[in-house]
Design a protein around this ligand. Structure first.
Ligand SMILES: Cc1ncc(COP(=O)(O)O)c(C=O)c1O
Length: 360
């Protein structure tokens, strides 16, 4: 069976190093905050080029805490895509604000700045671009609209420009992400000292000193064990991302572009997922499954049509490009270090499903 992502293939060579570092954490007896978390926060801030990086429990909390720290709440609107994981819009609703869905660009699958501009009102307090599938969203165009940005960067650690324009940029370390933990984990990157201080307080019950409680916060911490693993993985991230880019180039060389629409390449794209488009995706997915190859279609019911978002009043046809992408996207196997042989099998199965013989 060829999986969609082989996470273990990426970390297997690092198991001895992981064992050593995790043993050090066991020896230290420090599992909450402490030196491992502080070191990972410093190292990830340096990697991302931001002043502050704050470890939290997962990527959903990272979004909620960032929105709260940016002062977004009841009566405010935040514009986001509907072609993304549910947590993007859920976090906006969670802080009491209203998600306003804008359509996506059909080629990049990221927010379309023109449609965002058309949906801005006096109540719009921020724009939430999602760097979908590892492709950088058009931050310059979105920033030029004059509102604060909060970047949902869950799928794009290491992508070009990520965390460069948002007041906050949030990450998830769910194990299939480009940079991953051995369980849940998240991060808020921030270059505004005051917002960063509020995120730090909010992740620990609104307190600076664990004695005085100045805000109503929550408990959302990155564990020391996860920080230790992330410190082992971070130096390998650029190599894994290069491997993903090489894999994407190989699919193009293998002729997939003859039968499906390929993701547009650009230098900063880190291919969290390799997503092609085809009106025949059901047939291709069935042929892949028959050949023992995993594939997946993402956000098949986009967020504006999800039951929990019905109160917002969207209906089928409200976001045409979003709905088209929901209907024809198909992710093919890709990870850092996927081999040529595996990709040849995938390509042969896709081409066969389309009635074409594989290029040799
Ligand atoms: C775009 C996006 N936003 C937010 C999240 C939420 O992250 P987590 O699962 O760590 O809460 C994810 C991933 O799961 C995601 O893909």
């Amino acid at each position: 069976m060829i999986p969609l992502v082989d996470v273990k293939a990426q970390y297997a060579p690092l198991i001895p190093q992981l064992q050593e570092r995790l043993a050090q954490v066991l020896e230290s007896g420090r599992f909450i905050f402490g030196p491992e978390v502080e070191a990972f926060e410093r190292e990830s801030a340096a990697f991302l080029g931001v002043a502050h990086a704050i470890g939290v429990a997962n990527g959903t909390d990272a979004l909620v805490l960032a929105l709260e720290a940016m002062g977004i709440g009841r009566g405010d609107e935040v514009i986001c895509p509907a072609f993304t994981f549910y947590a993007s819009a859920e976090s906006i609703a969670r802080v009491g604000a209203t998600p306003v869905f804008a359509d996506i660009d059909p080629v990049s699958l990221n927010l379309d700045p023109e449609d965002v501009a058309a949906r801005m009102t006096a109540r719009t307090k921020a724009i939430m671009p999602v760097h979908l599938f590892g492709r950088p969203a058009p931050l310059d165009a979105l920033a030029s609209l004059g509102l604060p940005l909060i970047e949902d960067s869950a799928q794009a650690f290491g992508a070009a420009g990520v965390a460069s324009k948002g007041v906050c940029s949030t990450f998830s370390f769910f194990p299939t992400k480009n940079l991953f933990a051995l369980g849940d984990g998240g991060l808020v990157a921030c270059s505004d000292d005051e917002v960063a201080e509020r995120v730090r307080m909010l992740r620990f019950h609104g307190s600076r000193d664990k004695k005085t409680f100045e805000l109503v916060g929550t408990n959302s911490r990155l564990d020391a064990i996860q920080a230790a693993a992330l410190r082992v993985f971070l130096p390998h991230l650029n190599g894994w991302n290069r491997g993903r880019r090489e894999g994407a180039a190989r699919y193009a060389e293998l002729g997939l572009g003859d039968v499906v629409e390929l993701p547009l390449d650009e230098p900063g794209h880190v291919y969290h997922m390799y997503v092609v488009r085809s009106p025949d995706r059901a047939r291709i997915a069935a042929a892949l499954a028959e050949a023992g190859i995993a594939s997946a279609s993402y956000y098949v019911v986009p967020l504006h049509l999800q039951p929990a978002m019905r109160y917002l009043g969207y209906s089928a046809g409200s976001l045409p490009e979003t709905e088209r992408a929901a209907a024809d996207n198909l992710a093919l196997p890709l990870w850092g270090g996927i081999g040529a042989e595996v990709q040849e099998q995938v390509a042969a199965a896709v081409l066969a499903a389309a009635g074409v013989t594989a290029a040799s």
